[in-house]
Design a protein around this ligand. Structure first.
Ligand SMILES: [Fe+2]
Length: 140
């Protein structure tokens, strides 16, 4: 569980994006704790509501930032976003059909932790370090 803490490598320096990453990490931690504490269903609903805005606002913010800096690996990044959007849509559909249950909470927990390890720690830290080396030109 201690793995899900803010990681300096993730820092983009863009406040909106860094805050969205911090928020996701906090939510993963809460879902984890809720599952151990027998409150999985409530937290599952909150996580689904949260991810709804995460896959829209956060992904859009990242994608337009990467366009702005001409990030060379943008298409791979966008395709990872697309697969997470699809995964989320499937889980949400299951929730709409069957309601909240512990299995779905555990599945979502597993998937967001995988997402953290494979995307935030790898793909997001890659563009964050590119951004630190190629800062946005502010004119002048
Ligand atoms: Fe991303």
């Amino acid at each position: 569980m201690g793995k899900f803490v803010w990681n300096k490598e993730l820092e983009t320096g863009i406040e909106e994006i860094d805050n969205q990453h911090r928020e996701l990490i906090k939510r993963i931690e809460s879902l984890d704790l809720a599952i151990y504490g027998g409150k999985a269903k409530v937290e599952l609903v909150m996580m689904i509501e949260y991810l709804e805005s995460y896959v829209n606002e956060h992904f859009d913010a990242e994608e337009s930032l990467m366009m702005k800096i001409n990030y060379p690996d943008i298409s791979r990044h966008i395709s990872e976003h697309k697969s997470f959007r699809e995964l989320f849509a499937r889980i949400k559909r299951e929730y709409m059909e069957k309601g909240a249950n512990n299995y779905l909470a555990m599945e979502l927990d597993r998937e967001v932790r995988k997402w953290f390890e494979n995307h935030l720690l790898v793909t997001d830290t890659a563009y964050a370090s590119y951004l630190r080396e190629h800062p946005i030109q502010t004119g002048g």
